[in-house]
Design a protein around this ligand. Structure first.
Ligand code: UDX
Length: 437
């Protein structure tokens, strides 16, 4: 099939590359000339494990193309994906100007039937707006479909190639048949394509993310209870996760969810509830608890140092909102840095991927280390904000030679208490009993 993908951000690039990988001819369109030139030249513009390999292969085999011209990009395309940014406006609602702008253009240039697919996370009702924007100038028949993505950063290629399910929101048999053909290679293992109307598909995306954010937040509150009741959240987690109705996944307490999706989508769903005169109470709590959770470790650190962090040297491991990404959007580490600096602490950070981004934001307010061990030089405590693999099994002997004292505050529960006890650490984590030497 011939596919066009408009927008070469994170979702667009993963989508375009993965559709090329299954034998389609894909043209990705972006208005950013420099970005398109880079991509044409074989330089990938995002960090996503496994994607560069697929990207280069499909580029070489002539199935993946890039252009700045919308007209050229959609020429002959049976399906046109919109993977455009929908940034939150000042009031928190999604700004649809890119999506609707391109839709209007499409209306003018479409010269044969095509299916226009919304991939971006957009408020319920957007498919209708896209349809109207295209119809204003359209000379040919077209259909609009909502096909939300459920990609997790860091494992997006896997998520795309082997989706748990594919949601297609459409009211057209003709469009459904094309979508079915396109997605057939991805659901061979028997995972379902779920067909529904556009509005339900749009809401599905928000409901999925809000539910997962709520699940994490619930566990963060259980962790707080564990600390108060002298219980261990790891045990409680395993105990409840064994119930299939609850499930084992997404039950890990920590210093809150971040990233580009959960915070934005929870806020957007809550706002959209307000707009229709409904108060979505649980989401309000989720947002409040998550905000507190991001700096949950800071009072603990402060208490350890007798109430003041002035001049204390703190090492910080992890800046990205989760491992295997350089994404720092809504990353708890940024809030921790702010809170520590406000208390007068001196911070040295290390992250395998996210340091350039943080440097641009905080400048020289903190120091960036060459590696995870250098970050510990003279530190009176280590704070862990992201569970990168390299932090899980560190060289403890080397750590000891660097740290001024063996004190760890672990926001991601990467170490086991008994190990920390045997190594003689003071160790506090989330929802588990503190270890005191
Ligand atoms: C998420 C959704 O999973 C994905 O389906 C959607 O399309 C986009 O948003 P992503 O933002 O990449 O994906 O990250 P994810 O791996 O889901 O983690 C989100 C946040 O939750 C991270 O900050 C992570 O640290 C946190 N988290 C996750 C927990 O605190 N505990 C858990 O048990 C799981």
């Amino acid at each position: 099939m011939r596919i066009a993908v408009v927008g070469t951000g994170y979702v667009g690039l993963v989508t375009g590359t993965c559709f090329a990988e299954t034998g389609n001819t894909v043209t990705c369109v972006d208005i950013d000339k420099a970005k398109v030139e880079k991509l044409q030249g074989g330089t990938i513009t995002i960090y996503e494990p496994g994607l560069d390999h697929l990207f280069l292969r499909n580029l070489k085999e002539n199935r993946l193309h890039f252009t700045t011209s919308l007209a050229e990009g959609i020429k002959g395309a049976q399906i046109i994906f919109l993977a455009l940014p929908t940034p939150p406006g000042e009031d928190g609602s999604a700004d649809l100007s890119y999506v609707l702008g391109v839709s209007k253009e499409l209306g003018k240039i479409l010269d044969a039937y095509a299916v226009i697919v919304d991939k971006s996370t957009v408020p319920v009702g957007t498919a209708d707006k896209v349809r109207a924007a295209i119809a204003a100038n359209a000379k040919v028949e077209f259909d609009v479909v909502s096909n939300p993505e459920f990609l997790r950063e860091g494992v997006a290629v896997d998520d795309f190639m082997k989706p748990d399910r594919v949601v297609i929101g459409s009211s057209s048999e003709r469009a459904n048949a094309l979508m079915q053909q396109l997605y057939a290679p991805f659901v061979r293992q028997g995972n379902p394509i779920i067909y529904m109307d556009e509005r339900s598909a749009e809401l599905t995306k928000y409901a999925a993310n809000a539910f997962l954010a709520t699940k994490i937040t619930f566990m963060n509150e259980i962790a707080r209870m564990c600390e108060r009741l002298d219980a261990d959240v790891d045990m409680v987690r395993k105990g409840i996760g064994g119930d299939e109705r609850i499930g084992k996944r997404f039950l890990f307490p920590g210093i809150g969810y971040g990233g580009s999706c959960f915070p934005k989508d929870v806020q957007a769903l809550s706002r959209s509830a307000d707009e229709v005169g409904y108060e979505f109470k649980i989401l309000r709590s989720v947002m409040d608890v998550n905000q507190e959770q991001k700096t949950y470790l800071v009072p603990k650190v402060k208490r350890f140092f007798g109430g003041s962090l002035r001049g204390k040297k703190i090492a910080l491991w992890g800046l990205s909102f989760k491992p295997n990404t350089d994404d720092i959007r809504e990353a708890p580490a940024l809030y921790i840095i702010d809170a520590l600096l406000a208390e007068g602490a001196v911070v040295t950070a290390f992250d395998p991927e996210a340091m350039p981004g943080v440097k641009r934001m905080v400048g020289d307010k903190i120091t960036f280390a060459e590696n995870q061990y250098d970050a510990l030089e003279g530190a009176e405590a280590l704070v862990i904000a992201t569970e990168w693999g390299a932090f899980r099994t560190p060289d403890f002997d080397l750590m000891e030679t660097k740290l001024a004292q063996k004190v760890i505050f672990d926001g991601r529960n990467v170490f086991e208490g008994p190990l920390m006890a045997s190594l003689g650490y003071y160790y506090e984590s989330i929802g588990r009993r503190p270890v005191k030497p």
